[in-house]
Design a protein around this ligand. Structure first.
Ligand code: GDP
Ligand code: IMO
Ligand code: MG
Length: 422
């Protein structure tokens, strides 16, 4: 059984919490795309962890965690994360496998990320600065360096020498200090040696698990509207964030997918630049940020906040094929007198859909809103869906009606046990 969990908005929907929760019943947990631009918060009996690369299912007793070929790795960050986790999970290395096909983020990728952003000035994407765009660009233009290449120090040096013959020219032109091949080989090789024992292709393990009818849980990173094709380009990330991309990113046929859970907040947030039709640049938005503690798990940047946008989640449901939704952070709305839902957009008085818009026209649309009554009660201690206040149930039913996707999970707080099932 293959169960994919993906973000239905602009990332930070609470995927980490939901994956930690679902992983209790999973045999294999997979991070399949993105890199350490992701920050997935897990709060459980082991502590509180902002995971960037290691799958959030790593805390289960028996589950095997895999990082598959679609993920890009900053070895520094990976080694630090493994070292941090080994303090609470001494057997970590027995249950973590990393594909040798993963591309490696090198110092010049981070430098180029910054230079590209500086060149764009006011129209910058607002990246996490982790080198994500440049490393995927090298991957698709056959300039990338993979973990595989670390098996042969000569090959690694040769590839890096070629890469630097181009990158250093750009770096120099921008007045930055050029990079030295021997230093990079030495530093990266030292990091690789700390993980080489867990580098092997996880594909056959995934196929075996599937054949034995075990549960494989895929942990999406980022979210639908950061997808490189279907998001608000160029205010997106470099990878494909949709459920169907598991084939390209892990070698498993898309038709094996049984369940796709879309994770969405009960409102909307976004970090970085780009259009955001329901953004609230007023006291209401500030209240959402303060109550929801909306600051990035990776960069600490304040997240932009706004009402729930049903047009977006409807579109996400279409492309991902959501079988169900997990609604998170509904408790953040506890003290609101009224709550709004954006049911669609108009432009110059006419109805328009996300599908026909680009990032620039999306910035021009007007939201059409439905106002709902708040429940004005704390939800954090509620243990059963049936015990939710009637206004909260009405809000959830409206989200379901507007998005066309079935809500099965409702999260009322950051902890594992603050979850209701329907
Ligand atoms: P991810 O990137 O999708 O995994 O999400 P992040 O971890 O970046 O951001 C989600 C934040 O919301 C984290 O700080 C979580 O601990 C927190 N969180 C998750 N679910 C809930 C919830 O239901 N209520 C509240 N108040 N916080 C939540
Ligand atoms: P998780 O997995 C929220 C955003 C950045 C920027 C754009 C491109 O925690 O949900 P990049 O560094 O990828 O080149 O930046 O994408 N972004 C995220 N926003 N959550 C994330 O991950 C993100 N990963 C990238 O802010 O707007
Ligand atoms: Mg996050």
């Amino acid at each position: 059984m293959i169960h994919v969990v993906t973000g239905a908005q602009w990332g930070d929907e609470g995927k980490g919490k939901i994956v930690d929760l679902f992983s209790q019943k999973a045999h294999v947990i997979v991070r399949f795309h993105g890199g350490n631009n992701a920050g997935h918060t897990v709060i459980n009996s082991f502590g509180s962890f902002p995971l960037h690369l290691v799958p959030c299912g790593v805390f289960t007793k028996k589950g095997i965690s895999c990082i598959t070929s679609g993920v890009v790795l900053d070895l520094d960050v990976l080694v630090a994360e493994i070292t941090m986790l080994e303090k609470v999970l001494p057997n970590l290395r027995k249950k973590l496998i990393i594909s040798p096909r993963c591309h490696v983020i090198l110092p010049y990728h981070k430098l180029l990320d910054r230079l590209y952003e500086e060149a764009k000035g006011k129209s910058k994407t607002g990246t996490t600065g982790r080198g994500i765009g440049p490393v995927y660009a090298d991957k698709v233009s056959y300039q990338g360096i993979r973990l595989n290449d670390f098996q042969d120090a000569h090959r690694l040096k040769e590839k890096l020498t070629i890469a630097l013959s181009i990158k250093n020219k750009i770096i120099q032109a921008f007045g930055e200090s050029v990079l030295d091949v021997d230093t990079i080989v030495k530093e990266q090789m030292a990091l690789y040696k700390k993980i080489h024992d867990i580098v092997r292709e996880p594909m056959s393990l995934l196929f075996d698990a599937y054949k034995k009818k075990k549960t494989i849980l895929y942990e999406g990173a980022q979210g639908m509207f950061l997808d490189n094709d279907w998001g608000t380009y160029p205010f997106v990330t470099a990878s494909s964030t949709v459920a169907g991309s598991i084939t390209a990113s892990s070698g498993i046929p898309a038709q094996y997918i049984n369940r796709v859970t879309g994770v969405t907040k009960a409102y909307t947030t976004r970090v970085g630049s780009g259009p955001f039709p329901t953004e609230l640049s007023d006291a209401v938005g500030e209240k959402l940020r303060a109550v929801g503690k909306e600051y990035g798990a990776t960069t600490g940047r304040p997240r932009r906040c706004g009402w729930f946008d049903a047009e977006l989640v409807r579109f996400a449901s279409k492309v991902n094929g959501f079988t169900d939704l997990a609604i998170t952070k509904i408790d953040v709305l506890d003290s609101f007198e009224t709550i709004k839902i954006c049911t669609g957009y108009t432009f110059k008085g006419k109805h328009v859909s996300y599908e026909e818009l680009d990032a620039y026209s999306l910035a021009e649309v007007q939201g059409v809103y439905k106002e709902m009554k708040g429940w004005k009660k704390p939800l954090g201690d509620i243990k059963k869906y049936a015990l939710l206040p009637k206004e909260a149930k009405a809000y959830l039913l409206e989200l379901e009606k507007q998005t066309g996707a079935k809500i099965k999970t409702v999260s009322v707080g950051p902890n594992r046990n603050q979850t209701l099932y329907r």
